[in-house]
Design a protein around this ligand. Structure first.
Ligand code: ZN
Ligand code: ZN
Length: 344
């Protein structure tokens, strides 16, 4: 079958012929219909320091997908051929302390689809039955292939109460924008979005931000809120200066959920911005299995168009490079690839 692979330890991805994966007894073989290109795939394309340290080529990339079950291993019980499914790309070991205490999303030995194991940028992907998610028929394919980033946003938002809160969202990449949509739908009192890119600032308004700022500053946010700062800060930028400014914008006793990954260490005034203010900080990794997935499904079932404005590019699988270029130049938000015509 055709697949988008990282063939060698260098910049780029290529379309190549690879063997079709074979499901084990507890695995599910999925005929992939649509996939999303993630920021992670872009990092892998660009072969940054993280990718170089983690990825072992050759590797089929990709982890965001929806498709139809083609075949199942003999021990699989919960899904059958013909079911429309997506799947959790973080494959827990099932044995470590976190896996055994309902925290598989922070498994110590996690394998990530398209990062550590064969991914979904292909017409077929194999995933353990326990990672498969049956998708509600009311959720269209274009949205259903985005449970992964939507789940990141959902997990970040759901880390603290949102209803009636004044929320600052720092960074309006795809996940930040999804977060704005969830916070808005979830009954926040005020949504303030911060983003330097003007295209994404416009999308922030579309997603329901009440105020959109090019840059956060403490006084502006204090003036916009009526309680001495934001109740909640969702950090989606990973930008060191924006992170520190975001901390300053949070009121005493506020909550902070951190998802954006900075390339370097970040220096936050520890005593002044954390201890004396009595803030609560949540580190967010992946999606809770499968609490976050249930939340995502509920939101999308009630609002099937919630993340529709964020899909800026719908391309054939073999146009993936065009999608990555559009992500690099800032003109794309979410790129969805169609695998219908790929050689199987
Ligand atoms: Zn992703
Ligand atoms: Zn584990």
């Amino acid at each position: 079958m055709q697949a988008i692979i990282k063939a060698r330890p260098e910049v780029g991805l290529e379309l190549s012929d690879v063997p079709r994966p074979v499901p084990g007894p507890r695995d599910v073989l999925v005929r992939v219909s649509k996939t999303g290109i993630c920021g992670t795939d872009r990092h892998i394309y660009e072969w940054d320091a993280w990718s170089a340290g983690r990825i072992k080529p050759p590797l089929v990339t990709g982890h965001e997908f929806v498709g139809i079950v083609e075949d199942t291993g003999v021990a699989v019980r919960s899904v059958r051929p013909g079911d429309r499914v997506s799947g959790e790309g973080h494959i827990g070991c099932g044995h470590c302390f976190c896996c055994r205490t309902g925290q598989t999303h922070i498994c110590a030995n996690v394998d990530i689809l398209g990062v550590d194991v064969t991914g979904c940028f292909a017409p077929y992907v194999v995933l353990p039955e326990s990672n498969i998610w049956k998708v509600d028929p009311d959720i269209p394919d274009d949205q259903a292939c985005l449970f992964d980033p939507f789940g990141n946003a959902m997990h970040t938002v759901m880390a603290q109460p949102i209803s009636g809160q004044q929320v600052l969202v720092v960074g309006c990449g795809t996940i930040g924008l999804m977060g704005i949509g969830i916070v808005h739908a979830g009954g926040a009192d005020l949504v303030i979005a911060v983003e330097p890119n003007p295209v994404k600032r416009e999308l922030a308004k579309v997603m329901g931000a009440d105020v959109v700022l090019e840059k956060a500053d403490e006084q502006t946010v204090k003036d916009l809120t009526d309680r001495g700062g934001a109740d909640v800060m969702l950090e989606m930028s990973g930008h060191p200066a924006a992170i520190v400014e975001g901390f300053r914008c949070v009121r005493n006793g506020g909550e902070i959920a951190l998802l954006g990954i900075p390339a370097d260490d970040v220096i936050v005034p520890w005593a002044e911005q954390i201890i004396f203010k009595g803030v609560t900080i949540h580190g967010i990794n992946g999606r809770r299995m499968f609490e976050t997935w249930y939340h995502c499904e509920s939101f999308l079932r009630r609002r099937p168009k919630l993340i529709e404005p964020l899909i800026t590019h719908r391309l054939r699988f073999d146009e993936f490079e065009k999608g990555i270029k559009a992500m690099q130049d800032g003109s794309a938000c979410k790129v969805v690839l169609d695998w219908t015509d790929a050689k199987t």
